[in-house]
Design a protein around this ligand. Structure first.
Ligand code: IMP
Ligand code: MG
Length: 189
């Protein structure tokens, strides 16, 4: 039987180090869920998830939120299988719900250049929501031309390429239960 902490996952061997363990992620997600539940009490909250990296975080986060809310997903892709952004964002799926007058909270896995979040925010604002805020699990410390106001941040991280907990390299590593730094030889090979 597979171990419940995921420590037998074969992908661990391709990590330089584990940045956040499954327990670290669960603890921080819980704290964010409590904060969101307090801040949005009595408001028509809709969580918006950006496919695909954010789905693992969303699935855990929504179960720590104790107030009623809906969720929807939008598809956006800026990475074309590499470790740096192409700078061009493709919207692959719009939201399905009627978002007018709703309090939207965008749930994203990682903020890198901010290009993706900017494009998705523009798309959502067309629907005239009551508010739009961002909850990002990881905020990469780097120079940014675009300003992205984050209301909730899980962790501030250095400018490293990380995988796991939904984050991928060429569509792999999303199933790692932790977040770790990918060995450079994996993507420079
Ligand atoms: P941005 O548009 O440059 O902010 O990039 C955001 C998207 O790029 C995220 O939603 C991720 O899918 C991807 N991304 C950025 N940094 C990393 C990383 O370190 N590992 C895996 N994916 C990343
Ligand atoms: Mg992604």
């Amino acid at each position: 039987m597979a171990k419940t902490d995921g420590s037998d996952n074969q992908l661990y061997g391709n990590l330089t180090s584990v940045m956040y363990s499954q327990a670290d992620l669960a603890k921080r997600t819980h704290e964010l869920g409590e904060e969101i539940s307090r801040d949005y009490k009595g408001r028509p909250l809709v969580l918006i998830n950006i496919l695909k990296g954010g789905i693992v975080f969303l699935a855990d986060l929504m179960r720590t939120i104790t107030i009623p809310h809906a969720f929807d997903v939008v598809g956006a892709s800026s990475y074309r299988g590499g470790t740096s952004t192409s700078g061009k964002v493709t919207i692959t799926k719009d939201a399905d719900l009627d978002l007018r007058g709703k309090d939207l909270l965008l749930v994203e896995d990682i903020l890198d250049t901010g290009v993706t979040l900017n494009v998705v925010c523009e798309l959502l604002l067309i629907q005239q929501p009551a508010s739009l805020e961002i909850c990002c699990l990881l905020n990469k410390k780097r120079e940014r031309k675009l300003k992205v106001p984050l209301k909730y941040v899980g962790f501030e991280i250095p400018d490293e390429f990380v995988v796991g907990y939904g984050l991928d390299y060429k569509e792999q590593y999303r199933n790692l239960p932790c977040i770790g730094i990918l060995k450079p030889e994996v993507y420079s090979a």
